[in-house]
Design a protein around this ligand. Sequence first.
Ligand SMILES: N=c1c2ncn([C@@H]3O[C@H](COP(=O)(O)OP(=O)(O)OP(=O)(O)O)[C@@H](O)[C@H]3O)c2ncn1[C@@H]1O[C@H](COP(=O)(O)O)[C@@H](O)[C@H]1O
Length: 106
Amino acid sequence: MNIDLLHRLSETLSSRRNADPESSYTAQLMAKGPDAILKKIGEECAELIMAGKEGNRLHVVWESTDVLFHTMVLLAYYGLSIEDVLQEMRRREGISGIDEKKARSA
Ligand SMILES: N=c1c2ncn([C@@H]3O[C@H](COP(=O)(O)OP(=O)(O)OP(=O)(O)O)[C@@H](O)[C@H]3O)c2ncn1[C@@H]1O[C@H](COP(=O)(O)O)[C@@H](O)[C@H]1O
């Protein structure tokens, strides 16, 4: 994964928070508020599920990118970035899924 690209994209998305809604797709989506972003994530997740069911690898990559992009828009909306997600992934590194499940239910 090209982490620099994700950091650059995070910065761009963060700069869209107070941008003119007419100036970009992201600025327009953010101006509509969290419900609009969440609706978009829901739609993109549904499209990813359909792509996964059909088994078209290119389609799976395309829809995964849409899900990741819109998730990053939500993060930026709340003043977060991909770095916050990477930090959580680093924390989980080496923790088995079973340990994580126990930690969540504790
Ligand atoms: N990676 C993306 C990206 N992925 C997907 N999309 C947009 O997400 C939307 C996906 O929604 P759909 O597939 O449903 O397409 P749609 O029907 O056009 O969308 P809706 O009108 O229904 O919302 C499309 O409009 C895509 O253009 C993206 N828009 C922007 N980026 C990146 O974000 C940066 C900032 O974008 P802007 O703020 O828009 O300039 C860009 O430089 C890109 O690097």
